[in-house]
Ligand binder design. Structure first.
Ligand SMILES: *[C@@H]1O[C@H](CO)[C@@H](O)[C@H](O)[C@H]1NC(C)=O
Length: 384
């Protein structure tokens, strides 16, 4: 597990958001360099003091000793690049052109707090604005990022970068984190980059910040904050599963046609091919619509209550050995939802995991779950 934590740290540090379009050109891939020009014309904005293009040392010095091919996420980002932008101060982003969350201004020195609110507290107008931002993020092809697809993970010649909207880039990232780990030419089920370990909370926090920032950039609304959904008051009824909120589903599990998200389709629907990445990314006809069945699964009918949310806060150790889904008295493991939050040791599906299973459909399939915008609201609450 420590290994995957290290991997994750590398994953986060290297390239912010995979993959910046400027780094998917034949030249960038040949030079093994992901150092886009900022608007001052210099790589990583070096002439303006924002950052610089730096060679990254390999963490896994023995990587070359593995039988090729191995997982492209191992020793990130060296499968693709040896140099990436390293930003100064509060500058951030793949070209150091953005500011870290919580900062703004020409030099990213001004502190700025934006507050995420519970979705029921938004006015109708604010909610409609949120939905229109989501539609734009879902529909507009991103000029900033592409996604990686493969016909065969064992064959680098089948790797391709294709266009996607920024919401689909977001959904793809969750898929990418969850693809089975390939090592020594075999799948290693003990490595999970974003779940079942200490990385769960920081990975998902950074993941929400990514989309929040990209929506800000897309809409030029730098005060935009993702809302969250506190399901702990709801018991058995999903109060946001209505057509004026996140959408109602019919008895087939499809969103009703009057839902704002009725036409959304899941990128990477054909996720159940361990040896391929996201084969349906260019073919909307093959992508499945969103599915939900809130409360329909007899084993996951009742959401955890406010008391259970309080209970998780009693665990003062962020995580405990063996740092996986069996960890006892671990804040992370209780919140992630493998263990009952009051005892800290009884195995049961709780909090985070329970909500995913309660929703059923797209939300209950980890590789696809980021496709459903309810994911944002749920994880915003977990992140709180
Ligand atoms: C958790 O870690 C322990 C110790 O490394 C290992 O024996 C066990 O199989 C792991 N369990 C899971 C579900 O990963």
């Amino acid at each position: 597990m420590l290994t995957s934590f290290v991997l994750l740290s590398v994953f986060l540090r290297g390239v912010v958001g995979q993959f910046p379009t400027a780094c998917t050109t034949a030249q960038a891939l040949k030079d093994r360099r992901c150092c886009p020009q900022w608007k001052d014309g210099s790589m990583c904005g070096v002439d303006s003091g924002r950052g610089r293009c730096r060679f990254m040392h390999q963490t896994y010095s023995d990587k070359r000793s593995y039988t090729q091919p191995n997982d492209d996420r191992l020793d990130w980002p060296h499968e693709f690049y040896d140099s990436v932008c390293v930003c100064n101060g509060n500058c951030a982003g793949f070209d150091c052109g953005e500011c870290k969350s919580g900062f703004r201004g020409a030099k990213c020195t001004e502190k700025k707090t934006i507050i995420r609110r519970e979705i029921h507290e938004l006015s109708r107008q604010e909610r409609l604005t949120f939905f229109s931002y989501l539609s734009l993020a879902k529909l507009k092809t991103s000029a900033r990022y592409k996604i990686l697809i493969t016909g065969n993970r064992y064959d680098r010649n089948t790797f391709r970068f294709v266009e996607a909207s920024v919401y689909d880039v977001f959904a793809w990232m969750h898929f990418y984190s969850f693809a089975p780990f390939l090592q020594n030419n075999m799948f290693d089920a003990t490595i999970n980059l974003a779940h079942e370990g200490p990385n769960f909370l920081p990975w998902h926090r950074w993941y929400l910040l990514f989309l929040e920032r990209e929506i800000q950039i897309l809409t030029h609304d730098y005060d935009f904050a993702l809302p969250y959904y506190d399901w702990s008051m709801d018991g058995r009824t999903c109060s946001i599963c209505t057509d004026d909120m996140m959408g109602k589903s019919d008895n087939q599990g499809l969103l009703t046609s009057s839902s704002y998200f009725a036409n959304w389709k899941s990128i990477c629907s054909g996720f159940n091919y361990p040896n391929k990445y996201c084969t349906d990314a260019e073919d909307k006809c093959r992508m499945e619509p969103l599915h939900r069945n809130p409360g329909a699964d007899p084993n996951n009918r009742q959401l955890d209550s406010a008391q259970q949310v309080e209970d998780v806060l009693q665990w003062k150790d962020y995580d405990t050995p063996p740092h996986n889904s069996t960890a006892k008295h671990s804040f992370r493991n209780c919140l992630e939802g493998f263990v009952d939050p009051s005892s800290g040791e009884v195995t049961r599906r709780s909090l985070h995991n329970l909500f995913h299973m309660y929703m059923g459909g797209t939300m209950s399939l980890v590789p696809l779950s980021g496709n459903d915008p309810i994911f944002l609201l749920h994880h915003g609450f977990i992140d709180k």
